[in-house]
Design a protein around this ligand. Structure first.
Ligand code: SAM
Ligand code: SF4
Length: 474
C-alpha cells in the first residue's frame, strides 16, 4: 500500500521544488516528544505503517537515551519483520572522474588541481567488469563525475558494455547508475539501456548550505538537482534512489527532508524512491568543509534507525565509506544493501595490488575487505547474502509493483532468490573456507521456509545449479 498523505498529494506538483526549510524546522521544533507518544510512534512503525512527517519529526527530536534505545530496538525488529535476514550485495564501479562542478567536499571537484583524472576506455571498462565478475559480483553501480563527456548516451553505452561482458559463469545482471542528473530525454536514453536504479543525492536539502558547498557548474542549481528524479519519473524511469551527504548540515533536518522527498515522489508519481543512501562525509583530497555538522557514530546509528522506522519499505544502502566494525553494528538497524570488495580508484579492480591514493579517488573508503571476507562476516552474523536481480528483470518495479504489497512475497520470492544466488556464488567463486558455511546457511534458511515457500522446487533448482545451470530465479 503506497502512503500518500492527502496534504502532499494536493500541494505537490511534478517537477516543482517541494522543500520548505522553515516547514521542516517547524516540524522538528514543534514535535511532541513525551514518552507515551514516542512509544506510540515506534509501535506504529513496527506495525509496518508508514510514518507521517510529524511522526518522523518526533523520532528525530527525541533526545531521551531510554527512548533512543527503544527507537533502535524498534528499527531492528522492523528490519527483521520486513526484510528478514537478507542483505543484498553490490559493488561500485567508477567510470570517469572528470568533473565540471565544484562541490567543496569532493576530491573530484574541478578546482582540485591535484586530482589525477581518468575515464575508463571501453577495453579498460571491460577489464574491470571481468575482474568484478571473477570476484562473484552480479550487481554494479556505475559512478561518474559530472562532465559534458558523460552525457546520457555515454552513460547508456557504458551500461550496455557492462551488460555485454560475460566471463565464465560471470555476468552483471543489474547496472545501477550514480551520475549527474539528466533531462527527460536523457533519462529515457539511459532507461532504454536497461539500467536498474538511477541515484541522485541532494547532498543537503538546506538551500543556504547547498549554496555554500556548491560553487560552480550545473550542480550549483539547487532546484534543478531537487527535481532530478521527477524528470526520471517523467521519462518512465520509475526506479530511483535519493540520498543526503551527512555532515554538511544538521542530520535531523536532512532525515526529515529525505522523508519529505519520498512523500513528494509518492504524491506525484505514486511510487516512492527504491532506495535511500546516507553517505557520511569522509576525508578527500583538497576539500573545504566546515566541521560543525559532522555526524558521530551514535547519531549515525540513530538516524539510520529513524529512517528504517519512517519508510519501512524503502531499501537502505550503507557503503564502504564506513569501516567494517561500524558497518557490522549499523547493519542491524535496518540496512538492506551493502557494497563488498569495494575499490573506488579508477581501474583498481583489474590491478593485482592497489593502495589508496586520495589524488585518484573521490574520497577515502574505510572498508576495503574482499567480497569473500564481507560474505564470510555476513554468514557469521547469520545474514543471508543475496545477489538477487529478479524483480527488475521481470518488470516488477515502480507503481505497478511493490514486493511488500504482495502478502508473503519475501518468503516466496526474495528468500528463495537469495538462496539461489548465494548457491551460484558458492559454486563458482567462494573460497573453500566459506563454501561449507554458505551451504549450511542455505540449509538453515530452507528449513525456516518450510510451509511458506515451495522448498521442493528451490531444492530442485539448487541441484540444477550444482549441475551447472545458472540464473534460475522466481
Ligand atoms: N557526480 C555525480 C553527482 O555528484 O551526483 C555522482 C556522484 S558522486 C561520484 C557520489 C556521491 O559521493 C555524491 O553524491 C556524494 O554524496 C558522495 N561524496 C562526495 N564527496 C564525498 C566525501 N568526501 N565523503 C563521502 N561521500 C562523498
Ligand atoms: Fe563532481 Fe559529483 Fe564530486 Fe560534485 S560530487 S565534484 S559533481 S563528482
Amino acid at each position: 500500500m503506497i502512503f500518500t498523505p492527502e496534504k502532499y498529494r494536493l500541494a505537490d506538483a511534478p517537477m516543482k521544488p517541494f522543500i520548505d526549510s522553515d516547514e521542516i524546522w517547524d516540524f522538528i521544533h514543534s514535535a511532541k516528544t513525551n514518552k507515551a507518544y514516542v512509544r506510540e510512534v515506534i509501535a506504529k512503525a513496527v506495525d509496518k505503517k508508514r510514518l507521517t512527517l510529524a511522526e518522523t519529526a518526533t523520532l528525530v527530536a527525541t533526545d531521551d537515551p531510554e527512548l533512543i534505545e527503544e527507537i533502535k530496538a524498534g528499527a531492528r525488529l522492523l528490519k527483521e519483520k520486513v526484510y528478514g535476514n537478507r542483505i543484498v550485495l553490490f559493488a561500485p564501479l567508477y567510470v570517469g572522474s572528470l568533473c565540471t562542478n565544484d562541490c567543496q567536499y569532493c576530491g573530484f571537484r574541478t578546482s582540485n588541481k591535484l586530482a589525477k583524472r581518468t575515464t575508463l576506455s571501453k577495453p579498460k571498462l571491460i577489464e574491470e567488469v571481468e575482474a568484478l565478475q571473477d570476484n562473484g559480483q552480479k550487481r554494479l553501480i556505475l559512478v561518474f563525475g559530472e562532465h559534458p563527456k558523460y552525457d546520457a548516451e555515454y552513460i547508456a553505452e557504458a551500461a550496455r558494455t557492462v551488460y555485454s561482458v560475460k566471463k565464465g559463469n560471470g555476468e552483471i545482471r543489474r547496472v545501477n547508475i550514480n551520475a549527474s542528473p539528466l533531462d527527460i530525454d536523457g533519462f529515457k536514453t539511459v532507461s532504454d539501456a536497461g539500467i536498474g536504479t538511477y541515484q541522485v543525492f541532494q547532498e543537503t536539502y538546506h538551500k543556504q548550505t547547498y549554496k555554500d558547498y556548491h560553487h560552480g557548474g550545473q550542480k550549483a542549481d539547487y532546484d534543478y538537482r531537487l527535481t532530478s528524479l521527477d524528470r526520471a519519473q517523467e521519462a518512465g524511469l520509475d526506479d530511483v534512489g535519493i540520498g543526503a551527504l551527512f555532515g554538511l548540515y544538521d542530520w535531523r533536518f536532512e532525515v526529515l527532508s529525505l522523508v519529505r522527498h519520498a512523500n513528494h515522489l509518492e504524491a506525484c508519481y505514486g511510487v516512492g524512491p527504491h532506495t535511500i543512501s546516507f553517505p557520511r562525509l569522509q576525508e578527500a583530497a583538497d576539500i573545504n568543509i566546515k566541521k560543525d555538522y559532522l555526524v558521530s557514530d551514535e547519531e549515525f546509528t540513530r538516524l539510520i534507525a529513524i529512517l528504517r522506522l519512517a519508510v519501512p519499505y524503502t531499501g537502505l544502502i550503507l557503503t564502504a565509506r564506513e569501516n567494517a566494525a561500524v558497518r557490522k553494528e549499523l547493519m542491524r538497524f535496518g540496512v538492506s544493501q551493502i557494497d563488498g570488495g569495494t575499490k573506488i580508484e579508477l581501474g583498481a579492480y583489474a590491478k593485482k595490488e592497489s593502495i589508496q591514493d586520495l589524488n585518484k579517488e573521490q574520497f577515502k573508503i574505510n572498508d576495503d575487505r574482499a567480497l569473500s571476507e564481507v560474505i564470510e562476516e555476513l554468514l557469521n552474523e547469520d545474514y543471508l547474502p543475496s545477489f538477487c536481480t529478479a524483480c527488475y528483470r521481470l518488470g516488477r518495479t515502480g507503481e505497478h509493483f511493490m514486493e511488500f504489497s504482495v502478502p508473503g512475497f519475501i518468503k516466496r520470492f526474495c528468500s528463495p532468490n537469495a538462496i539461489l544466488t548465494l548457491a551460484e556464488y558458492l559454486e563458482d567463486y567462494a573460497p573453500v573456507k566459506i563454501f561449507d558455511k554458505g551451504w549450511q546457511m542455505i540449509e538453515k534458511n530452507l528449513t525456516e521456509l518450510e510451509g511458506q515457500a515451495n522448498v521442493k522446487e528451490i531444492r530442485n533448482r539448487l541441484e540444477r545449479i550444482k549441475l551447472g545451470e545458472r540464473d534460475l530465479y522466481f
